[in-house]
Design a protein around this ligand. Structure first.
Ligand code: UD1
Length: 389
């Protein structure tokens, strides 16, 4: 392909974040690019896919992320509108900054949108957390993963199974590099700073006399459309949680989508009471504190399946599949879907026997971002030679 004359092999690495799960992945990468010798200049672009203070500011500051150099402020919309709006607003940022490459993380709409824009302009794309597959194309994230990996130049992976997935889709496996898990880099750096659960509750106005975390508790997050968008699904799920809370008090950190649907379906009664507390979305250090002290975690989040594996806390995943199989094979994760019996049996096992303890997977060692910086620096240096710049 003819390269545009403005293509640069010396420009900054344009790092893209859009939504909450991107932030904890990008923080260690930015640090590693800055501390690499020589430093790799980087710019941080926030697409603004997530914009609430709860979903955004609190997380940014908790992770020590720098203020974004550019905020595209796209906000919410249908998938088509959001993806298109990110693309439309990202293109002039590429033109103005002439990056040596675009670095995207994860599987959100912003990941795919920025990858598409860059790839069509001949700007190399590095995808961090590549190759994960749930094999469930009803998940928007799965579409984002499959398409991003097809057109990205560098695929940095968190687990070896990702390489088989990539090969199966006809992608040149020499583009894939096993570097480990940047999410765990963040976790290991921030663990000593985690906010104790009792403190988080106190800040939410919940006294220890009402909810005593020292006697064991579970943490719950739910936000996948498949779990929360229909009353017939969300209602029974909340009813199971209420039943579990009779035996183990539960703390729910509610995503705005879930909170809105609970209101809309009139389910508020299911998540209030002495043994079940609904909190707003939590900051990173608060969530880390909540998970670290928990007896178990019930979630449909991708990242929390990995974080609980790293923390050695049993995790029950309220989905039929996972794109992160290593958390089941080696870690503390169990898939329980939405079936009441399966969920209750798994909870029983944990309450009676402590549950899976697992082990920490290979390269989930706090150095994944360093590996990415080292590889990317060498790759860009070779490219500079090839381009004669
Ligand atoms: C997105 C990601 C998902 C990720 C999740 C984590 C995609 C396809 N999905 O899903 O992978 O796990 O973020 O949070 O990119 N809303 C707010 N404030 C915000 C953001 C959203 O109120 O800051 C509301 C929106 O109005 C919308 C709902 O929450 O109604 C969903 O937000 P959206 O960003 O569309 O998708 P998520 O479900 O958050």
């Amino acid at each position: 392909m003819m390269r545009d004359p403005w293509l640069s092999a010396t420009g900054p690495v344009l790092c893209v974040v859009g939504a909450r799960p991107n932030f904890m992945k990008m923080a260690p990468i930015l640090r590693a690019l800055a501390t690499h010798d020589p430093a790799l200049p980087a710019l941080l672009v926030h697409t603004g896919q997530h914009y609430d203070a709860d979903m955004n500011d609190q997380l940014f500051s908790g992770l020590g992320l720098p203020r974004p150099d550019v905020n595209l402020e796209v906000g919410s919309g249908t998938h088509a509108v959001q993806t298109a709006e990110v693309m439309r607003r990202f293109e002039p940022v590429l033109d103005a900054n002439r990056p040596s490459c675009v670095l995207v993380v994860g599987d959100v709409n912003s990941t795919l949108a920025c990858t598409l824009v860059a790839a069509k302009k001949g700007v190399p794309v590095a995808h961090v957390e590549a190759g994960l597959r749930s094999f469930d194309r009803s998940m928007p994230e799965e579409i984002n993963r499959v398409l991003t990996d097809q057109i990205a130049d560098l695929l940095y992976t968190t687990e070896r199974a990702a390489h088989e997935n990539i090969a199966r889709e006809g992608i040149d496996v020499s583009r894939a590099h096993f570097v480990g898990n940047v999410m765990i880099d963040s976790l290991l750096v921030n663990r000593p700073l985690a906010v104790p659960a009792a403190e988080t509750l106190r800040r939410a106005g919940i006294e220890p006399s009402v909810f005593d975390v020292t006697r064991g508790y579970g943490v719950v997050t739910l936000h996948r459309p498949a779990n929360v968008d229909q009353a017939e699904t969300l209602g029974p799920l909340l009813a199971v949680l209420r039943a579990i809370s009779e035996r183990l008090p539960l703390l729910l950190a509610l995503h705005p989508r879930t909170r809105a649907n609970i209101e809309r379906f009139g389910l508020h009664g299911e998540v209030s009471g002495k043994r079940i507390a609904a909190l707003p979305p939590q900051g990173y250090l608060e969530m880390l504190g909540l998970m670290s002290g928990a007896t178990l975690v019930l979630t449909d989040s991708g990242g929390m399946q990995e974080e609980t594996t790293a923390l050695g806390v049993p995790c029950l995943t309220l989905r039929e599949n996972t794109e992160r199989p290593i958390t089941i094979e080696q870690g503390t994760n169990t898939l329980v879907g939405r079936d009441r019996g399966a969920i209750e049996r798994a909870v029983d096992q944990i309450l009676s026997g402590g549950g899976k303890r697992g082990r920490v997977p290979e390269f989930w060692d706090g150095r994944a971002a360093e590996r990415i910086a080292a590889h990317l620096a060498a790759w860009l240096a070779r490219r500079r030679v090839e381009m004669g710049t």
